[in-house]
Design a protein around this ligand. Structure first.
Ligand SMILES: O=C(O)C(=O)C[C@H](O)[C@H](O)COP(=O)(O)O
Length: 206
């Protein structure tokens, strides 16, 4: 887990992706790698997720790949079989967390209030997603949580170029998640140049 967290901390930004078509996975991974952001959180919000992860892993063995929106054990299995390095969930589901822990699979579950942070800590977790970040009180809420709990957060949801730096400046923030540098319309339209520019602009802010 600590190696993984170091990699996430070094990247500072994890692009969150919903891919409609696994054919788009490798060109998207190429755009991310070529433009300086070698990571992807591929969400299980689409049926293409596992195949997209498999193709990315095959083409880019060193790419940091998370599986996002993982809601249950069978999605954990599918993600890991496809080559995911870690699991992310939008909420805190103790069943999914325990399943990952039994299999020694890193999981970063989502929380957005003190009670959930405490439940996560009880299971030994100290790196958590803060989701949905802006809608849950944003930076003010994170500061309040960090004052009480020795945990690090990956805020996701409502992170934009306008607030990224403020989130990253908080000592409790290990990285942010966001979609703005990998918008679905550009990916589906295979606008790799435009996408590359968005990714470069995001990296330039880090
Ligand atoms: O599916 C998940 O597990 C999620 O975490 C949801 C996405 O991360 C957010 O919807 C991203 O929010 P935006 O960056 O505001 O577009």
């Amino acid at each position: 887990m600590s190696d993984l967290i170091q990699r996430i901390q070094a990247l500072k930004l994890i692009p969150v992706i919903a891919l409609q078509d696994a054919e788009l996975a490798v060109p998207l991974a190429k755009a991310l790698v070529d433009n300086g952001l070698p990571a992807a959180e591929v969400t299980f919000r689409t049926p293409a997720a596992a195949e997209a992860i498999r193709r990315m892993r095959e083409a880019y063995p060193d790419l940091l790949i998370g599986a996002g929106t993982v809601l249950n054990a069978s999605q954990v299995d599918a993600a890991v079989a496809a080559g995911a390095d870690f699991i992310v969930s939008p909420g805190f589901n103790p069943t999914t967390v325990r399943y990952c822990q039994q299999k020694a699979i890193p999981i970063i579950p989502g929380v957005n209030n003190p009670s959930l942070v405490e439940q996560a800590m009880e299971l030994g977790l100290t790196q958590l997603k803060f989701f949905p970040a802006e809608q849950s009180g944003g930076i003010g809420m994170l500061k309040a949580l960090a004052a009480v709990y020795p945990v690090s957060f990956m805020p996701t949801g409502g992170i934009t170029p306008a607030n990224l730096a403020d989130y990253l400046a908080l000592p409790c923030v290990m990285a942010c998640g966001g979609t703005w540098m990998v918008p679905g319309q550009l990916i589906e339209a295979r606008q790799w140049e435009a996408l590359g520019q968005l990714i470069r602009d995001a990296v330039a802010q880090l």
